[in-house]
Design a protein around this ligand. Structure first.
Ligand code: SAM
Length: 263
């Protein structure tokens, strides 16, 4: 069966399905993940198994989490191997602590994530950071740019500050829309996420509160947008210039403010 027929038959838009079909890109991704035979990889959304097939013999265990029952059934028929565990569920309901405990090992996560649900999946995974060795996620390039953005850029925002607290991140490759079926409108980027040793502990709810206030009115000076939480005097005391705007505050300054906020 031709590639296009195979993918057309399986395609469900509601699950954000965009299948990788370029064999050179697939090989490149496997090289970048660099799986080791004693490791466990969890693939989120294996789809038709285009990348999965190449991983089977390279690692000790493979957990495949696929929401689409039709694809999960096809994968079960196609990839029957003792080291593969196909879990048909929404990854948002997956408890990665349990998976890690089952094999007594930290997990390596991988996924060409569904475009329509990326952010909730990224935030779900964040809860399990302590049992994660590393992550390779393929994301829309625009989203990837927001995650790795630094201050004074238009992409810099809430996601950049939150994700850079938890991970060191390396953008690895950009992938052209023509490598997929159906052809998406945008480029994709594979990013490697490596959990960080945090310098300071912060409360995520407090950080999100500060970021919402600051970035929901990103053109305002922070002495105004953060007025409910910090006086001008407080900001000066914490070495944060009150006349700056949200996108001029450094990531470390946001963490510092989070630890100082009194709520
Ligand atoms: N990995 C395949 C590839 O690269 O060709 C498919 C990638 S496609 C962008 C996303 C895959 O994630 C689809 O197989 C889709 O059914 C699955 N998926 C979407 N939402 C999901 C969810 N919440 N939990 C688990 N799998 C999901």
């Amino acid at each position: 069966m031709s590639y296009n027929k195979l993918y057309k038959k399986n395609f469900k838009r509601k699950f954000g399905q965009v299948f990788l079909k370029d064999i050179n890109v697939i090989k490149n991704i496997i090289n970048l993940i660099c799986p080791k035979i004693n490791q466990t990889i969890v693939e989120i959304g294996p789809g038709t198994g285009a990348i999965t097939k190449k991983l089977v013999n390279l690692v000790k265990y493979l957990f495949l989490i696929e929401i689409d029952i039709d694809l999960a059934t096809k994968l079960t028929n196609k990839l029957s191997n003792n080291n593969i565990n196909i879990i048909c569920q929404n990854v948002i309901n997956t408890n990665f602590f349990i998976l890690s405990r089952r094999i007594n090992q930290k997990l390596r996560l991988f996924g060409n994530l569904p475009y329509n649900n990326c952010i909730s999946i990224i935030f779900h995974v964040l809860k399990y950071i302590n049992v994660i060795h590393d992550i390779h996620f393929m994301l829309q390039k625009e989203l990837a740019n927001r995650i790795i953005a630094t201050p004074n850029s238009k992409e810099y925002g809430k996601l950049s500050v939150i994700m850079q607290y938890y991970y060191n991140m390396v953008p690895l490759i950009n992938i052209s829309p023509t490598s997929f079926y159906p052809i998406p409108k945008v480029y994709s980027t594979v990013i490697k996420f490596i959990p960080r040793n945090y310098k300071i502990n912060i409360n995520l709810d407090k950080l999100i509160l500060i970021l919402n206030l600051a970035f929901n009115q990103r053109r305002k000076k922070i002495k105004n947008s953060l007025r409910k939480l910090f006086s001008v005097k407080d900001l000066v005391k914490y070495n944060v210039d009150p006349s700056l705007r949200a996108d001029e505050i450094t990531i470390d300054q946001y963490y510092y403010l989070t630890n100082k906020v009194n709520i």
